[in-house]
Each structure stands twice: as structure tokens, then as C-alpha cells.
Design a protein. Structure first.
Length: 1206
């Protein structure tokens, strides 16, 4: 919402506006101290200190709306040869446009009481407007315009409270309304107003209205739409009449609107610590206070409607005859309902007190956790809930629905960085954790990774900037590596940069002559003497003896080259760090871009801002932050710690876009640049960039009542630290406030939390007590001297005058009118008026403040002989002074986060304290404390490793001829060995598998390792069943021959099939890698045959007796389906389970050129228990191809180990 600042806006469109504005102001102050501030730059901060406000009676525009204005331009032209001057006149008529029957959007900043909320009857509702000029943009009282009063002005807006009975219309009450189309009827809104055009409202024959024909301000208004309320003529007359000292209405022909002069004023405030207003340094608001209180005879809660009405034209009206005009129409510009409570109900003070008792951490209620204790599983589950976890529904990749653990980034305990999460992920499933005691997967961090990716995809600007930044990093890195490689191949002078070329141009002519003559161009060697001119590197003779590089060698400088790949990460990191600098950097003096200077790369500016916004949890949906509603109960204050692993996983997903190479080293380089930004200390600031580590949620009706509820982290007597106290402060939902900080609750820097009512959203009340038969008012002291002299008053400035003013309905000159007819005339009449006599109230207030017996003058202690200090001097009652009397005391809640006298945090937040040997620092303003320190940097900075299907240095059959000595150079591709047993397309089996997997990964997401070396002992003698194997499982490859299938089987994360004495069902992974796939074979089916039998079977070891599990699933090659089938094969006495892998093709086959692996998983198989030790089990494979091999498959076999570890 836009906030009026008087032309000094400091708004920053960022969720980190608090820290950014704080940093930029520090930079401005540092530059100003050095005399380097730019011309026109002004950021000294607001002219009001935190907690201060300035009141004005009104802010009227120079020209009000309504009348017609004429501007006249006059010019006199005088010619030298003519004595008669020429007078030129020009006139232009114009009018000022301003709201009249409807307010612009966001004009209403806040209202009190909030819609639907309860409040006492003595409270006067009010509305806060975001435009300080709005109540005076139109003329409210033409009779007082131009009277010379510069202290007061009648607004054109007034606020009234109505009961349901005062506005409810019965069918037939209104006459003259036009008929609506069939099926439609005139209806009142929830606040009992009616929507219609001005012309339709004026057509109601039994209702008067303030729109006067012929008046300039009401020209051509009949077609304008608005909402209108119709109040009874007698009530209208009471609201706009003066009353005598006995409470009798003074009968006049025309309404009197002067009393509403005192019910509108302007407040300029310092917005520090406010959730909405805090987007600016200062805010200027206009406030309209209600003139009527709520009913006082109610025994139960009563709903009332509040309307902000236009009183423009009311003063020119004539009071209507109630017999002819039963109603008067007024335009309602804004309205809402609230509930008036009976006496002695909950109020603001009680709400603050109850809130202070609810301090806790963000987790389920303790009684829920205690109810789970009993057995081992329940206690483990209770421990999980105590750590902030909740159970969620989770659908696995295989399609099964199960449950999983999830925890939001806001945790009730300190979570250390997970050492296993130091590597970037390409899918997020690397971040899943299996609770081995409960058998439930924790999807917290994988969900965070996926959320980060979704947030990034949804931001088109960031996605484009990230892609361009990746391209820039890759270009700079590869240029540097290629340059170094070329120089290593041909010498330092073989490739020269632009700077080197320009530097050597002064010697170009001489060297050209030397080259043509074959003369040496270098200094003679002191040992060997001068070199032979014919063999000099620069000699024209040498060019004819240089080896010719083939095309394959020139294409070796890419990431498929192992040496290039090994050097790429370092080069990419240097490129990212270079792009993250600010303008003005050079080799000797590097300036890091810190969001207060100009960047070298605008793409880096966008990426950094997006990443930092995510570290502030901006844009994260609420159900990710609060995983269960029970964690944040109503009327509670909950603190939490921000899990760095969760944030790290989300940012890893964010930066995963644009990954074209699998092994994403560009992402790791970008993270290093982000970490440098977080670690560096800018030259013109006293602290590092702030990153939130802790925070709180406040859920209370107080947040709804006061959206700008002020939050402070230091007391008034404490010195504020140089960092921004709050890093993020927002109202995230109705009645829910979020605050993020970078310091530990209960620490030296954060030992208290203070909530204060905002000065521009106070409560206004008729008096301290209001009932059906009494009014009690404590008249407060006010001062016209500055606050330093105010403190010298020997009487307490905070205490009101004594005794309080007591009034009753029968008293003389009351401040408040209970009834239209005085109680002395009709004792049994109910409170039908409930109107504040603001004119009388303001006059009595001014008289008491000017009374020297009440506001006694006093001497200055340092000048006892000097003149008296007169605390108050004024002669005009005004709305600003009257508003200070109506304002209720400003309540604040101060929460101690430390035990008094102990220096330890209160027990409710003790779980948020970091370990004793770790100092959690996020921004260093002072000397760093001793001991281990951790900055909130990104942890997963190792690039992901993706197994390659081809070796990094594969040769080509089109290798051109070249020098044989070049074949050993690390940057050139080696020739393929010309043997029949090898293939240029085969997998590189000379390297071991380089991936290690965490033991807590979930079974369905574990990757299939590439087994590249034999893991089985020598096979025993082949039994009779092996006669089916007519071809070895791994045979020498023939480029023109059929594909080669390399098969093995194991339990996940193992190198064999493991079981134990419990003999629980196991998942079995069948790893099937395919090579020699450059032929034209068309694969129709591939089978793995598993002989079935128990441990008593003679002659061979059996894997399982039978299979009754969940079935088989293909792992990654979605071109195939996995099916199971029982069969006898060639032995009628032997049952076989066949794992059939069939192409998903309408033709029934697929080219082997598209098949690299067929790995699948067999779920929940009961394995045979042979006792402790290892058993070798042989399995058979059958490969069916289109053509001759459709009925005669190529058979093979492979061995697996069934291991029992007891």
C-alpha cells in the first residue's frame, strides 16, 4: 500500500527493504563524512525519531475541489517605434478533480475496530486514510471558507456509528425507486447501505438529500455510482444541530456541521518497526474519528455499522419535514461492521497481558507430544514431533502412496549443517533421508529443492538472467582454459591476447624483417650461445616442419576432455567471482558488488537479489513455513530457528535451472560468488550483509486491530546496534505477523522484544468510563514547550488532572449526549443519540490547560532567577489538541527473553540456543568472539557427479594424421587401439565407479552404480543348468555384432544381495548396461530368468523359493516396461521367474542405438536363508531381436552373490 511521505520516499521494492535501506543509509553517511556524497543525494534519515509523531489540525490543498477556477495570463508588449503598449489577456477556466461519491483504491489505510471484532461501547471508531489531504479536498462548510481562521477547517467527511435498527429498511419504506429487471430487487448491503446511481437516489420521493441543483460541485453527477444510507429525518437533525447547556436541541432551519471540525486531524510518524508502514521512513496519514459511541443498554454483544459519509452540501440543506421526507440520504464512502461488547469484557490491555504468557517455540502443543510416550516407536515419533516434524501424505516415484516426515524451515531447535549435503543435486532426491527406526522417509529437504526450482521457473526475469549468467561464466572459463591449453601446445607466443598484441606492435616491423631473413629474435642463451636461425621458433623455415593437427585434435578443447573438465571448476569460479564485482574494480583493487554500488554484470545483480530474497524466505508458500496449523495456536507468540539446510536445498533447486551438462560446475561457481558476497565486509559499512537466522510468529487479534503494531528489539535505554534490528517484518495473513532476525533470542544483542501500539493507529474513547448513566473523563496534561523543558515540570506530565470529571445525563453542559430528548424530560428513554459534543469538549479542554492553577508555571533548575516556564499557551481549540485528549493510552508489551539476574534465556526458548562451542554470527559489527564461527553461507558447493555413458577421451575413426609425438599430449585425443576386441563406442571400464551414496537414502531413489570391475569370486564348476548359456554374459565386442549386456544384481546401496537373520523382504536392483549398440539390431525383448527353489535344492544355489512381492519397475529407461512371468523353460521340474523388459513401441521393437541401459527393481522379495556366509547364484538372460533371433534368443548368464551377515 502506498504511503504518503511528503515527497521523501525511501521505499525499496524488495522483501529485504529493511536491510537494504539500512545499508544504503550507512553508505550515504560514510560518503557524506568523506565529502563524497553526490549532489542531490539526501538520506540522513527521518526528521522524527522512532516513537515520535507530529500532529496537525488539517492539511488542506491549495485548491479544493468543487468550485470553478479561472486562471488569467497577462502580457504587455511594447514596441520601440510605438508609444502605445499592447496588452494581451488570456483566460482559462478549470476545476480540480477529487473523489466525491467513491474513494480511490487503497485510500483507507486501516480502520478501528477491525471489521467483525469486538470493542467496548466507550470507544469511538476511526478510519486512517493514506492521503493526508483527503478530508479537506472538498468544502465541508462553505460558510466558514474565507473567514481567516488558519487553525481550523471543517472537513467534508464524518464518521458515524449506527445500530441495525437505525438503518434497516422495511419493504415499502422508500418511494420513487425505479423498477429493476425481473428477478431483481433493491437490497441493502451487509452494512445496510444501498448501491445505486446518484440520479436513482435523488429520485426517492420521501428522502431528502444534500445535492443542490445549480451548485458547481454537483454538476453532471446523476450518472455517478455510489453507496447511500438512509437515516431517519429526526436522527439526521440531531446529528447536525447544536445543543444548549441543558442538552436541548437548538432548533434552526439549516444544519450545523462545525462540530466535526475537531474530529479530523493529520499525523506524521516515524514508521520504524512497523510491518506495513515500515516500507518508508516516515508516514503521513489523516484520521477521521467517529462522533457516536456504541449502545450502552446491551446485555449481549451487538453488531453496529460504521459509515464514513460525505457531508458536502449538508450545510446548504434545509431540515426536511419528517411528515414529507421520512429519510435523508447520505453518501457512504466506506463502511464496516464491528461488535459492541457489554461492560467488563476483554480489551486491548488484557490481550497484551495474555499474549506475554504464550511465549514458546514453533512446534505442536506439549500435551500432544506427551500423549505419544509409551513404547519405543511412540517415543521416537514424539521426538520427531518435538523437533517440529509432521506427517504428510507422500506419493513415491513408483506410484505408491505412503506417508513421510516434513519439517518447515522454521524449527523449534537449532539444526546443524548436514555434512552429507555438501554436493549440488540434479533432482532433489539426493536430499531425502530415511528414518531407519520408523521406516519413514523424511522429504523435508527434497521438498525444499523442488520448491526452489518451481519458484525460479515462475520468475521469467530471473530465469533469463540465470541462463545468461551461466553462459557468461562458461564463455570466460572456457576462454581461459583454451588459452592455457593452446599456449601449452605451441608455446607462450603461439596465442596472444589483444593486450599482448597491442603491446608488441612497436616491434612488429623489426620482427617481420628478422623472420624473413631467418635471423634470431631472442636473446642468445648464455650457455648454448645463439640458436640456429633456421631452427628458431620464429624463423620462416620452421613453419614447414610443424606437425599438422587433425580435426579431431582441434575438437579436443571441450568438457569431454578430462583435463579440461578437471580445470573447469576453478576457471568457472574465477569467472563467477569476476562477474560479481562492482564497476571500478581492477586487478589490484577488487570491489565486490554489495547492492549499494553498480554491478559489472546486471545479470549477476538479478540472480543475487533473487537468491538473497529466497534466503529471506520470500515467496515461500505458507504451508511450507507452517507445516501444521497446531504449531501456531491463536493468541500465541512462537519463536523459531531457520534451518540452513532447508534454505540451502531451496537455493540449490533455484540455481539448478539451465543445467545443460549434468555435471553442473557453473552452479557451484555461482554459489561461491554468493558466499563471497555474504562473507565480505563492505568498505563503507560496519557489518557484513545480514541474513536471517531466527524469527518469530505472532498470531493475535492485536495484529488485526493494529496492522502496524510496532516491534522493537532494544529498550529505549539501550544503545541500538549498527545492524538493522529486523530483517523482515510482514503481516503474512489476517492476524499473523512474521519477523526475521539475525541474532539469537536471549543473547546479549537480543534480550527483549517489545510490541507497541502504532501512534497512527491509536484507540479513541469518549472517556475513561462510559455507561448508561455516567461518564468519567481524565483530562490529560498537554504542553506547548519542547520535550526537554517538559521533563522539568515538577508535576508528573504523564498524570492527568485530578479529580476526574464526572458527568451524568442530567448534568449541565455535558461532553456527551445520551439522548435526543434530555433524560430530565423523559427518564425512561433509551440512548438513541450517543453523540460527542466535540465543540464543548474542546473548549473545556483548552480552558483547563490555560488554567495556571492546573498547569502551574515552573522555573528552570539551571536558571532559578529567570522567567517562568509556562507549560501551555494557546488560545484556539483545534482538532490536533482535541485528538490528544481522545487518544487512549498507548499500550506496549515488553517480553524478557532472559531470566532475571541469571543471564540465561527463559526456558520456553532454551532449545533455540546454539551449542556452547559455536558462535552464531551473521554480521560482524564488533570484534569477532573467540571460538568456532559460522556464517549463514551456502553449504552445498560441490558440483554434482553424473556417470558418463562414454569415456571422456573417446577416439574417432576419422582421426587425421599428425605427429606421433603429439599423441601423449594431455589436451589431444588419443588414438583408439586397432584391435578386434575393442570398440570406439564401448564404455570406459578402466575407471572405478566414482559415486558414493548415503546410507539413509530412500530405497526408491537410490541410483544404480556402474559396476566396472568383477565383484564375484571365481565360479565353481558349471552345473547342468548352465547348458542354456551358449554365449558369455560379457563377450568380446564386435562392432558389427549384437549388443553386449553387462548384468548384475544387488540390494540397494550394496555390491551384492544382502540378507540377515530377520529375513525381511528386500528390493533387488537388476543393473543391465548395454554396449556395442552401433549395429542395426532391433531389440524386441530382454529377459532375466531367476530359477526358483528352496535351500534344499540339489546341485545349485537358489535366490528365492517363490515370489509374491509388489512387482517389478523400470528405473530410468522409460522406453521399456517391466513385467513378470513364471515359466518352466527347458526343465519341467524347475520353476523360473522371468523378468521381461518389453519396448513401449507400437511396432514391438526398438533400435539398440537408443538403448544404453535396462535397469529395473524387483520389489519386496523373500530371499532364501542359507545361514551366515556367501552363496553364488547364477541367473540367465535371453535377448530377442527382430529377424532370426525372434525365436532363437541370444542366451547368457551372470553370477550374483547372496550374502548373509547374520
Amino acid at each position: 500500500m502506498a504511503i504518503f511521505t511528503g515527497g521523501k520516499s525511501r521505499a525499496i521494492n524488495s522483501p529485504r527493504h529493511l536491510t537494504l535501506r539500512h545499508a544504503r543509509r550507512n553508505v550515504y553517511k560514510a560518503r557524506k563524512a568523506k565529502g563524497l556524497a553526490l549532489l542531490g543525494e539526501d538520506d540522513d534519515g527521518p526528521d522524527l525519531l522512532p516513537g515520535e509523531e507530529r500532529l496537525n489540525s488539517f492539511w488542506a490543498p491549495s485548491l479544493v475541489a468543487g468550485p470553478q477556477y479561472t486562471v488569467t495570463a497577462e502580457q504587455t508588449v511594447t514596441a520601440k517605434n510605438n508609444d502605445q503598449p499592447l496588452l494581451l489577456l488570456s483566460q482559462q477556466t478549470f476545476s480540480v478533480d477529487a473523489p466525491q461519491f467513491m474513494l480511490p483504491e487503497q485510500s483507507v489505510y486501516s480502520v478501528y475496530p477491525p471489521s467483525g471484532y469486538p470493542e467496548e461501547n466507550r470507544m469511538l471508531p476511526h478510519v486512517v486514510l493514506s492521503d493526508p489531504h483527503l478530508p479537506w479536498e472538498r468544502i465541508g462548510s462553505p460558510s466558514t471558507e474565507g473567514n481567516g481562521d488558519t487553525r481550523r477547517r471543517v472537513p467534508w467527511l464524518a464518521l458515524f456509528t449506527f445500530t441495525q435498527e437505525e438503518l434497516k429498511l422495511n419493504p415499502g419504506d422508500l418511494k420513487g425507486l425505479p423498477n429493476l429487471p425481473a428477478g431483481q430487487e433493491w437490497e441493502q448491503t451487509s452494512t445496510l447501505s444501498m448501491k445505486m446511481t446518484v440520479g436513482q437516489m435523488r429520485g426517492i420521493t420521501n428522502a431528502a438529500n444534500p445535492i443542490q441543483d445549480g451548485e458547481e460541485e454537483f454538476r453532471n453527477v446523476n450518472d455517478k455510482k455510489g453507496e447511500f444510507i438512509l437515516i431517519k429525518s429526526n436522527l439526521f437533525k440531531s446529528l447536525f444541530s447544536a445543543f444548549d447547556e441543558n442538552g436541548n436541541r437548538i432548533e434552526k432551519d439549516k444544519p450545523d456541521v462545525s462540530q466535526y471540525t475537531y474530529l479530523s486531524h493529520v499525523r506524521k510518524i516515524n514508521t520504524t518497526g512497523m510491518a506495513i508502514g515500515g516500507t518508508e521512513d516516515v508516514g503521513i496519514f489523516s484520521i477521521v474519528v467517529g462522533a457516536r459511541s456504541g449502545p450502552m443498554h446491551n446485555k449481549t454483544p451487538v453488531s453496529v455499522a460504521v459509515h464514513l459519509v460525505s457531508i458536502e452540501g449538508v450545510e446548504q440543506m434545509t431540515f426536511p419535514n419528517p411528515e414529507e421526507k421520512q429519510f435523508v440520504s447520505l453518501c457512504s464512502l466506506h463502511s464496516w461492521n464491528y461488535t459492541v461488547m457489554p461492560p467488563n469484557m476483554l480489551n486491548v490491555y488484557d490481550s497484551f497481558v495474555n499474549l506475554g504468557r504464550s511465549l514458546s517455540v514453533l512446534r505442536p502443543p506439549q500435551d500432544v507430544i506427551d500423549s505419544l510416550k509409551g513404547n519405543r516407536v511412540s517415543e521416537r515419533l514424539a521426538k520427531r514431533l518435538e523437533d517440529g516434524f509432521t506427517l504428510v501424505k507422500y506419493r513415491m516415484q513408483t506410484g505408491e502412496s505412503t506417508m513421510a516426515f516434513y519439517r518447515s524451515p522454521f524449527t523449534p531447535t537449532v539444526v546443524p549443517k548436514n555434512p552429507y549435503f555438501d554436493t549440488c543435486s540434479n533432482s532433489g532426491q539426493d536430499f531425502q533421508i530415511l528414518d531407519q527406526e520408523l521406516g519413514i522417509v523424511d522429504v523435508t529437504y527434497s521438498s525444499a529443492w523442488n520448491l526452489g526450482r518451481v519458484l525460479a521457473v515462475g520468475d521469467q526475469g530471473f530465469t533469463a538472467a540465470l541462463s545468461r549468467l551461466r553462459g557468461a561464466i562458461h564463455k570466460l572459463a572456457m576462454h581461459k582454459i583454451k588459452l592455457a591449453a593452446a599456449k601449452k601446445l605451441g608455446g607462450e607466443t603461439s596465442v596472444r591476447t589483444l593486450a599482448e598484441v597491442l603491446d608488441g606492435m612497436k616491434h612488429t616491423v623489426n620482427r617481420l624483417n628478422e623472420m624473413s631473413e631467418g635471423l634470431p629474435t631472442e636473446t642468445p642463451d648464455p650457455v648454448d650461445g645463439p640458436s640456429d636461425p633456421a631452427t628458431s621458433p620464429t624463423s620462416s623455415w620452421v613453419r614447414w616442419f610443424r606437425p599438422i593437427l587433425g580435426p579431431k585434435k582441434t575438437r579436443a578443447l571441450d568438457l569431454n576432455n578430462r583435463i579440461i573438465e578437471q580445470q573447469y571448476l576453478e576457471a568457472a569460479t574465477e569467472a563467477a567471482l569476476e562477474l560479481s564485482l562492482a564497476q571500478g574494480s581492477d586487478e589490484k583493487h577488487q570491489i565486490v558488488y554489495d547492492e549499494t554500488n553498480s554491478p559489472v554484470s546486471t545479470d549477476w545483480m538479478v540472480v543475487l537479489a533473487f537468491v538473497m530474497d529466497r534466503m529471506f524466505l520470500s515467496g515461500v508458500p505458507a504451508h511450507y513455513l507452517i507445516s501444521d496449523p497446531s504449531h501456531l495456536s491463536p493468541e500465541s507468540l512462537k519463536f523459531f530457528y531457520i534451518d540452513p539446510n532447508w534454505v540451502d536445498a531451496m537455493i540449490d533447486g533455484t540455481l539448478s535451472l539451465g543445467n545443460e551438462k549434468g555435471t553442473d560446475m557453473d552452479r557451484a561457481a555461482i554459489k561461491e560468488a554468493v558466499n563471497r558476497f555474504i562473507k565480505h565486509l563492505p568498505e563503507e559499512q560496519k557489518h557484513r550483509p545480514q541474513v536471517p537466522t531466527y524469527g518469530f510468529y505472532l498470531r493475535s487479534d492485536l495484529v488485526t486491530m493494529f496492522p502496524d503494531l510496532k516491534v522493537d528489539t532494544v529498550r529505549k535505554d539501550q544503545e541500538a546496534p549498527p545492524q538493522a534490528p529486523l530483517l523482515r517484518h510482514e503481516i503474512v495473513a489476517d492476524g499473523v505477523m512474521l519477523g526475521l532476525l539475525d541474532r539469537t533470542p536471549g543473547s546479549v544483542d537480543f534480550d527483549t522484544l517489545i510490541f507497541t501500539q502504532p501512534p497512527h493507529q491509536p484507540c479513541f474513547a469518549v472517556g475513561n468510563s462510559l455507561g448508561a448513566d455516567h461518564l468519567t473523563v481524565n483530562m490529560r496534561k498537554q504542553y506547548t514547550v519542547d520535550k526537554e523543558e517538559r521533563k522539568l515540570d515538577p508535576s508528573n506530565p504523564q498524570l492527568p488532572f485530578k479529580p476526574p470529571i464526572e458527568q451524568r445525563p442530567t448534568s449541565k453542559d455535558n461532553f456527551f449526549l445520551w439522548n435526543t430528548v434530555p433524560r430530565a424530560v423523559q427518564p425512561d428513554v433509551e440512548d438513541d443519540l450517543r453523540l460527542l459534543r466535540s465543540t464543548r469538549f474542546a473548549k473545556v479542554q483548552l480552558d483547563m490547560l490555560n488554567d495556571k492553577n492546573l498547569m502551574k508555571p515552573y522555573k528552570h533548575p539551571k536558571n532559578p532567577e529567570g522567567p517562568d516556564i509556562v507549560p501551555f499557551e494557546d488560545d484556539t481549540p483545534n482538532s490536533a489538541l482535541f485528538a490528544m485528549q481522545l487518544t487512549e493510552p498507548i499500550y506496549y508489551l515488553e517480553i524478557d527473553l532472559k531470566k532475571s539476574g541469571s543471564g540465561q534465556p527463559v526456558p520456553a526458548i532454551a532449545s533455540l540456543q546454539p551449542p556452547e562451542n559455536t558462535t552464531m554470527i551473521r554480521s560482524l559489527a564488533f570484534a569477532a568472539p573467540e571460538g568456532p564461527q559460522t556464517l549463514r553461507t551456502l553449504h552445498s558447493t560441490n558440483h554434482p557427479i553424473v556417470p558418463k555413458l562414454f569415456p571422456s577421451t573417446a577416439a574417432s575413426d576419422d582421426e587425421d594424421s599428425g605427429s606421433e609425438d603429439d599423441s601423449d599430449h594431455p589436451f589431444l585425443r588419443p588414438r583408439a587401439a586397432s584391435t578386434a576386441a575393442s570398440s570406439i563406442f564401448s564404455l570406459d571400464t578402466s575407471e572405478p565407479a566414482s559415486l558414493a551414496y548415503s546410507p539413509c537414502d530412500a530405497p526408491h531413489i537410490r541410483s544404480i552404480p556402474t559396476v566396472t570391475s568383477p565383484i564375484l569370486p571365481p565360479s565353481p564348476s558349471t552345473p547342468h543348468f548352465a547348458r542354456l548359456a551358449t554365449r558369455a554374459a560379457i563377450a568380446p565386442e564386435d562392432p558389427a555384432g549384437p549388443p553386449v549386456f553387462k548384468c548384475t544384481a544387488y540390494t540397494p546401496n550394496q555390491n551384492a544381495i544382502y540378507t540377515n537373520s530377520l529375513n525381511l523382504p528386500k528390493d533387488i536392483v537388476f543393473s543391465i548396461l548395454v554396449s556395442n549398440t552401433q549395429s542395426n539390431y532391433m531389440l524386441k525383448e530382454f529377459d532375466v530368468c531367476i530359477p526358483l527353489g528352496d535351500t534344499k535344492y540339489q546341485g545349485r544355489n537358489m535366490l528365492m523359493k517363490t515370489y509374491q512381492g509388489a512387482g517389478a519397475t523400470i528405473l530410468s529407461n522409460l522406453r521399456f516396461n517391466a513385467l513378470l512371468q513364471f515359466s518352466k523353460l527347458h526343465d519341467p521340474e524347475l520353476d523360473v521367474l522371468i523378468l521381461r523388459l518389453l519396448p513401449r513401441s507400437s511396432s514391438g521393437f526398438v533400435s539398440v542405438r537408443k538403448v544404453y541401459e535396462l535397469s529395473s527393481i524387483l520389489s519386496l522379495a523373500y530371499l532364501n536363508d542359507y545361514g551366515k556366509g556367501d552363496r553364488v547364484v547364477r541367473l540367465i538372460t535371453l535377448a530377442y531381436f527382430r529377424g532370426a533371433r525372434e525365436r532363437d534368443p541370444i542366451r547368457g548368464e551372470f553370477e550374483v552373490v547372496l550374502s548373509n551377515d547374520g
